[in-house]
Design a protein around this ligand. Structure first.
Ligand SMILES: Cc1cc2nc3c(=O)[nH]c(=O)nc-3n(C[C@H](O)[C@H](O)[C@H](O)COP(=O)(O)OP(=O)(O)OC[C@H]3O[C@@H](n4cnc5c(N)ncnc54)[C@H](O)[C@@H]3O)c2cc1C
Length: 229
């Protein structure tokens, strides 16, 4: 079933990644980590809900523009705030365990951050107790890192959250290379508490991470994936 909604604002996060605020016409509930389908005209695509705010009936999407992409052309070039759209959902099981009694790895690249942003605001706003959370976020350059100030505020609020940004194409004082070295290093050096791994983003990163984790003996139940394409 499709619901009517509008895009109430559009904010540039980086040149290529924008935040779209969606306000459904009816009350809309979701579990952090779920996604919606968005329909404009005849074009339909899936997007993870990137926010959590129980006091408001709107939610945010973080969307990257793809050259030649049909929906992202519409979103980045053809529409403006106030646009009427349709949404279906919420959909998906890429959600947190009911009791967070395990260490959690949140591993993403690019807009794969979206469901993790929802997780972390949920944990913060609802004062959920957690074990360690490792947020490993890979992009090419520091200009591509998303929501840096916001994540730093979450790191201040959530004492068990460790944020590890990693850049593949820029020399900087932080971690360099791909996300894989970062979680492998933590697994190697840390006495972990039955970790659960959430992988989100484009196919290649997820494929490699899943192979690495399976080789280390982690089973499918401990590896949750959301593949964007
Ligand atoms: C469950 C789910 C959640 C998603 N959540 C998000 C989200 O939160 N944010 C977000 O930005 N996207 C998300 N996506 C991806 C999104 O659904 C679209 O696939 C994406 O926006 C591209 O749509 P498009 O119509 O612009 O491109 P299309 O017209 O579908 O494709 C355009 C061209 O780009 C190529 N292409 C498609 N995808 C990629 C890619 N990933 N990398 C390189 N080339 C590619 C295609 O081969 C094609 O040539 C999600 C996908 C799924 C399945």
């Amino acid at each position: 079933m499709w619901y009517s909604a509008s895009i109430t604002s559009i904010d540039k996060i980086t040149n290529q990644t924008w935040k779209f605020v969606i306000e459904p016409n009816e009350k809309f509930d979701f579990i952090p980590g779920q996604f919606i389908q968005l329909k404009i005209g005849e074009t339909k695509r899936s997007y993870s809900i990137a926010s959590y705010d129980p006091n408001n009936n709107f939610f945010e999407l973080l969307i990257v523009k793809l050259d030649g992409g049909a929906m992202t052309k519409i979103l980045f070039e053809d529409i403006s705030p106030g646009e009427k759209i349709e949404i279906k959902g919420p959909i998906g099981r890429f959600t947190l365990p009911e009791n967070i009694d395990r260490d959690i790895f949140l591993i993403c690249t690019g807009t794969g951050l979206a469901p993790f942003r929802s997780f972390l605001h949920f944990i913060d706003k609802q004062n959920i107790s957690t074990k360690r959370i490792f947020l490993i976020f890979g992009t090419r350059t520091s200009n591509d890192l998303l929501c840096v100030d916001e994540i730093n505020t979450l790191v201040n609020n959530l004492k068990n959250l460790k944020y590890i940004p990693v850049l593949s194409r820029e020399n900087w004082s932080g971690k360099k290379g791909y996300v894989h070295d970062q979680y492998l290093d933590i697994i190697n050096k840390t006495d972990l508490n039955n970790p659960i791994f959430y992988l989100c983003g484009w196919r290649d990163m997820i494929k490699e991470a899943r192979t690495n984790l399976k080789e280390l003996g982690y089973d499918s139940k401990s590896i949750k994936v959301e593949i964007y394409g």
